[in-house]
Design a binder for this molecule. Structure first.
Ligand code: HEM
Length: 507
């Protein structure tokens, strides 16, 4: 817990004692019914000390190893259910989606100004309305309409890699910023130092930190939200206030710019965008509110591509196999396209293995249960926070032998994708009614980027002083916060052959 408050007033003491008693009574009532297994816990604070605060996914996985694929924790009155297998996540979050699709209301959402972000909206009509607005731009058919744009941006990205390979991380960041900003606002981000990019990066960083489960005491004691920012230990108030101010600009500025551009180009020459469509539909609110989704979208896909560069530098054999397949299917006269995907099973398997090896949201986004439920004879109380430990699913050695090895072959049988192996696409995008609505767009982006990069470029580890390549053993430990990023790393990026270099220069 990051913030402990200083000397409390007598009223605060009484309130805390009343809360203890109330929670104790609830726990006593519950203990008469059979709850799922879990560590015993202490009086009053329950399992507060069992809830991991660092290396969350690994910590929850350890609990699942000890207690099974359903682990119940009571963190000072907040019931938590940790799901340790994909099967339990499907049973509860997918098959009983009507019950398990809420999000945990936390004061940090409101204090930080995130209350309109779809990812954290409570389940209900307001969420449904936003989800529908989002869906119209990212459903499977709408996504097909972005292909030309994606091709153009990926082409630009490859040229950037050719010209300044050492800046690959920046180019990846720019690629997603440019594509999504173009779709959302009709705005081309040409310059990698675009004025809004920094603001956007900072707001997302704040989102990632402020909403990391269990970070702030105010989540357990919501009344602490009234503590003034100057009070000793009330750092959460200052952090939240800063985030709120940033977000206000972030919501307003790109939207206002886009609307102004559309108004100037009333003759219809303004590029088609989410903003233009929403203006037509007079649903200004959804467009402005979509801005944070844009940032989340950008970063999840970006983190996957960063992980792809890391594993390619560390596993040259996988890279060579994918390139051999691309050579035989695509040849040396053109870049791969969406229509090649079916004929490229190894490349598809490699993308699946990247998603498995580095789940971008290791704990997905936890769901909340809206009414008491019974499962396998256990009571799961209303209000339980349900955490699907996606990272643990990806490391389940019953499903994936040698789960810590990078092996695209695990998804193949007789040269084809093997439908009997659990596809990471089944879990990395979450479950049920809250499943990631951007998954079709993300999948299409990943395919085009990975296949185009592998077809034209070679990624290898940096060389040592004596010219020998460094041996990289890529290892990704999920970082804390909602989104996990690989740690910064270097790699060497060169054209694969003269035809590839020429093709990029021509494009
Ligand atoms: C590799 C890329 C991506 C991954 C791994 C990913 C993963 C996820 C996950 C695990 C969730 C939570 C699902 C749940 O609660 O069960 C989620 C939610 C969400 N994602 Fe993605 N995502 C990716 C890309 C995108 C993109 C490209 C977009 C937008 C175009 C997007 C928009 C959203 C939104 C709006 C939500 C909140 C949905 C809700 O709460 O109803 N994501 N994503």
């Amino acid at each position: 817990m990051a913030h402990i408050l200083g000397v409390p007033s007598p009223i605060a003491c009484l309130a805390v004692i009343a809360l203890f008693l109330w929670r104790y009574l609830i726990r006593t009532r519950r203990s008469r019914t059979k709850l799922p297994p879990g560590p015993p816990g202490l009086p009053i604070i329950g399992n507060l000390l069992d809830v991991p605060t660092k290396q969350l996914a690994a910590g929850y996985r350890k609990l699942s190893e000890n207690y099974g694929d359903l682990v119940f924790l009571d963190a000072f009155g907040q019931p938590i259910l940790v799901l340790g297998s994909h099967a339990t996540a499907v049973d509860l979050l997918e098959k009983r989606s009507a019950l398990y699709s809420d999000r945990l209301p936390t004061p940090m959402v409101e204090l930080g100004g995130f209350e309109w972000v779809l990812t954290v909206l409570r389940y209900g009509p307001w969420w449904r309305r936003h989800r529908r607005a989002f869906h119209q731009f990212f459903n499977i058919n709408a996504v097909a309409g972005y292909r030309a744009l994606q091709r153009a941006h990926v082409g630009h990205f490859l040229c950037q890699l050719l010209k300044a390979p050492e800046g690959f991380s920046e180019h990846i960041r720019h690629l997603f910023g440019a594509t999504i900003s173009r779709i959302a606002y009709g705005r081309e981000i040409k310059d990698e130092n675009d004025e809004f990019v920094k603001l956007a990066e900072d707001s997302l960083a704040a989102f990632n930190v402020l909403l990391a489960p269990g970070k702030y005491l105010v989540e357990l004691f919501p009344s602490l939200r009234y503590v003034p920012a100057w009070f000793p230990g009330a750092g959460f108030q200052r952090e939240a206030k800063q985030a709120k101010a940033m977000l206000r600009d972030l919501v307003r500025v790109p939207w206002d710019d886009a609307v102004a551009a559309i108004m100037v180009q009333r003759d219809g020459t303004a590029p088609a965008s989410m903003t233009a469509t929403l203006l037509d539909q007079l649903s200004q609110l959804s467009g402005q509110e979509g801005v944070m989704e844009e940032k989340v979208a950008r970063h999840t896909t970006l983190s996957s591509i960063q992980a792809f560069f890391l594993v390619m530098a560390g596993f040259p054999d996988a890279q060579k196999k994918a390139q051999a397949e691309l050579d035989s299917v695509v040849g040396s006269k053109r870049l791969p396209d969406f229509s090649d995907q079916e004929a490229l099973p190894y490349v598809s398997a490699l993308i699946k293995e990247c998603l498995r090896w580095h789940p971008v949201l290791p704990l997905a986004v936890p769901h909340r249960l809206v009414a008491d439920d019974k499962y396998r004879g256990y009571l799961i109380p209303k209000g339980t926070l349900v955490i699907p430990n996606v990272w643990a699913f990806s490391r389940d050695h019953h499903v994936y032998p040698d789960p810590f090895d990078f092996k695209p072959e695990r998804f193949l049988k007789a040269g084809k994708l093997d439908p009997n192996v659990l596809d990471p696409l089944e879990y990395v995008f979450g479950y049920g009614r809250r499943i990631c609505p951007g998954r079709h767009f993300a999948e299409a982006s990943l395919f085009l980027i990975v296949s185009s990069v592998l077809h034209t470029l070679c990624i290898s580890p940096p060389v040592e002083g004596d010219g020998r390549p460094l041996v990289i053993r890529p290892e990704i430990r999920p970082s804390d916060g909602l989104i996990s990023y690989p740690e910064p790393f270097d790699c060497v990026i060169k054209p694969r052959a003269s035809w590839a270099e020429q093709m990029l220069l021509d494009s």
